[in-house]
Design a protein. Structure first.
Length: 405
């Protein structure tokens, strides 16, 4: 069942309930008022004309209740024969019988009952007409109000994996549908990013793993041919296989990191000096090079500690690879820089080095994705990355954290 029809049915059921209740209240109220007025008229006329009743000048029913419980008909121009309190019917005529002291008093109220019957029929007819009109109007209104929703569904059907760049047009009014479209477009942005990241991951893996896999197969063939007889070949092949496997492991972990979704990244308040000191101990064990920490101005930032560690590790690793002297890590308030005194980067290549698999020199170890990871994580954390480099003098990579408003 369509939503428009559901809304119309629900609206009609609610309206039927309301109209039915109101009609019953109206009918019962009018009936009570009419009957009460007739009761008062009977009593009033009985009191005023009681003395003339014996002369035949009293047109209503009068029945006296005797002490033994039986009754004596004083006057009954309608020949009812049976008398009990309430509304009685005889030969399509209606009579109201009430008790006043030791008397049962009655009166014909056929016109009143006909009027009440007509009122009841009118209320029923009005209710039915109102329900039909409500059903038609409700269906029409729901169709009008749901038209933008149908448009959204129609536009969604046009989105395919081959072209995830399509977005839903925003409604003119900033109502609930506007925010619905906004959330759908945000979701489509995330889906497109995840899909592109998946495509890129598959492409990168197929591109970058071809060489190490070929290397592994080559050493395996060497082992099968000479490894059992030549211990030197066995040892060299195993070391090469281990190094290649470690290299593949690092590559896959880096590629997986770049495909990780950037939603709900946990943010913490970090003291840059304390955080960097904790990394210095790891760097000293990993590199046989002097790495110095300088603090110009203490800084406390809000960011993700895991991502920040990956970025600093990549920058320090890059500085170690492309320089022979010591490396400086400088903290200056909301900025942290990694400075080397290596070969430097030509200006025409300074933008290229942040692209995946771009390396300044092919004779250096690595896959050329360290700086691309830095750039991507910086975008996720809203961190600005600046590069200052002169050929022959070295390079300075700076992470600039934005202050919270």
């Amino acid at each position: 069942m369509k939503i428009s029809l559901k809304l119309s049915v629900i609206h009609s059921l609610v309206l039927i309930s309301v109209i039915t209740i109101l009609s019953m209240i109206t009918y019962n109220y009018v009936k009570t008022v009419f009957i009460e007025n007739e009761r008062k008229n009977i009593v009033k006329k009985f009191i005023h004309r009681r003395g003339r009743m014996w002369m035949g000048l009293y047109e209503n029913i009068v029945v006296q209740i005797l002490p033994d419980g039986s009754y004596e008909v004083v006057r009954d121009p309608y020949n009812l024969g049976v008398y009990k309190e309430g509304i009685m019917k005889k030969n399509d005529e209606y009579f109201l019988i009430i008790r006043e002291g030791n008397f049962l008093l009655g009166k014909e109220i056929t016109p009143v009952m006909i009027s009440l019957k007509n009122l009841r029929n009118f209320l029923v007819l009005t209710s039915l007409v109102g329900v039909v009109i409500s059903l038609l109007v409700g269906f029409g209104m729901s169709s009008i109000f749901l038209k933008p929703l149908r448009k959204i569904l129609s536009d969604l059907k046009k989105i395919f994996p081959e072209d995830l760049s399509v977005r839903l047009p925003y409604p003119k009014s900033r109502d609930e549908l506007y925010f619905l479209v906004s959330r759908i477009n945000e979701m489509l942005d995330r889906i497109e990013k995840a899909y592109r990241a998946q495509e890129r991951f598959v492409s990168d893996v197929s591109h970058e793993l071809r060489t190490p896999v070929t290397t592994l197969l080559g050493y395996v063939k060497m082992l099968k041919r000479w490894g059992k007889e030549d211990e030197k070949v066995l040892r060299e092949s195993l070391e090469a296989i281990e190094d290649t496997a470690e290299d593949m492991k690092d590559l896959i972990e880096s590629l997986l990191l770049m495909t990780k979704p950037d939603v709900n990244i946990p943010i913490e308040e970090i003291d840059l000096e304390e955080f960097t000191l904790s990394l210095m101990n790891k760097w000293k064990k990993r590199y046989s090079r002097e790495i110095r920490l300088k603090v110009k101005e203490k800084g406390v930032v809000k960011t993700n500690p895991e991502y920040l560690e990956i970025m600093l590790n990549a920058l320090v690793d890059n500085a170690i690879k492309y320089s022979e002297e010591s490396v400086d890590v400088v903290i200056d308030g909301m900025k942290i820089s990694v400075i080397d005194r290596g070969q430097g980067i030509p200006k025409e290549k300074q933008k290229e080095i942040f692209q995946r698999f771009r390396r300044l020199s092919r004779d250096k170890e690595g896959h050329g994705i360290g700086l691309s990871i830095v750039r991507e994580l910086a975008e996720r954390l809203n961190i600005e990355v600046k590069l200052k480099s002169d050929v022959g003098k070295g390079s300075e990579f700076t992470l600039i954290f934005r202050r919270e408003e």
